[in-house]
Design a protein around this ligand. Structure first.
Ligand code: ZN
Length: 296
């Protein structure tokens, strides 16, 4: 597998279909088969930061249409072996490795290497995942702004609008599905050391008591951004799966950018509404934001 080039991807621009030659078919440990093409519109689950789930859809080759039942990241290292998903020992983009989009089929497609494959992503599922992913980034910015007064000192990392970057400093996990983005933040000792205060101060109530007002502040900001129909684009420095892409959104508050490997809306007017629900774990150690987009 050593000669396989890193897969070129068209999903950052929003593509949901495409045609490309099959470069390899690889049996997987679970009995399924992975098809590698030169280029693809399919977004695979990322092995380093698995936030956006895989695209599903179909791959048609040699007159047969196969269901793409999963789509994962594969990598071929210096020893020539193909590793899949969590088995990959290096971070995305390591230049010694080839990085592949693996279209997972339930059965063996036969001898199709060299044949043209027509690929079609389930566009409805993609649209829902894109809405949830855009919602996730907007929540990050709105939450950072709402929590900014709770920092006793500058933690040394701020977002595009100059707010202390609570989202990236406290992030434990971020997971999207077709309904929502669920972002879990850790309010531990290390965050406190960096200057964040969850306890009551002379100016602010404890985070537990402030939750309704905080949720309201975040949702007001999200509603204003959706109402402004802000344009969204992905900056793509190259066609490879591993290119360092950036999400850009021209919000009324200014231009925001966040590093991102996923798919997104083209403008926020595609949403009728975007609302988050904030909850604290019982012991107060975790803040969870469930952000639901409603499409227009
Ligand atoms: Zn992202």
């Amino acid at each position: 597998m050593t000669t396989l080039p890193t897969t070129h991807v068209s999903f950052p621009a929003g593509a949901v279909s495409g045609e490309s030659p099959v470069l390899a078919v690889h049996p997987l440990a679970d009995g399924r088969y992975a098809v590698v093409t030169g280029a693809t519109p399919f977004h695979p689950l990322d092995h380093t930061w698995p936030d956006q789930p895989a695209d599903l859809g179909t791959l048609t080759v040699g007159g047969t249409t196969h269901a793409v039942v999963d789509c994962v990241t594969g990598a071929v290292g210096p020893d020539g072996a193909l590793l899949v998903g969590a088995d990959i020992p290096v971070r995305r983009g390591d230049e010694e490795w080839s990085w592949l989009v693996l279209h997972v089929l339930a059965g063996d497609p036969g001898d199709v290497v060299g044949a043209a494959a027509a690929m079609a992503v389930d566009a409805e599922r993609r649209a829902l995942l894109s809405a949830a992913h855009s919602g996730c980034h907007l929540l990050a910015l709105a939450l950072n702004a709402a929590l900014a007064p709770r920092w006793r000192k500058d933690p040394g990392r701020s977002d595009a609008f100059g707010s202390p970057d609570f989202d990236s400093l406290a992030m434990a996990s971020s997971v999207m599905d077709t309904e929502a983005s669920t972002d879990t933040y850790r309010l531990g000792k290390s965050l406190r050391k960096k200057g964040f205060t969850a306890e009551a101060t002379e100016e602010y109530p404890a985070l537990t008591d402030a939750l309704p007002a905080l949720t309201e502040a975040v949702n007001t900001r999200l509603a204003a951004w959706v109402a402004a129909d802000a344009p969204v684009r992905i900056e793509v420095p190259g066609p490879e799966l591993t290119a360092r892409r950036q999400w850009h959104c021209e919000l009324p508050d200014g231009s925001a950018a966040i590093a991102c490997g996923g798919t997104h809306l083209h403008h926020l007017g595609e949403l009728a509404e975007l609302r988050t629900e904030l909850t604290l774990s019982e012991d107060g150690s975790e803040l969870v934001a469930v952000t639901r987009p409603k499409r227009a």
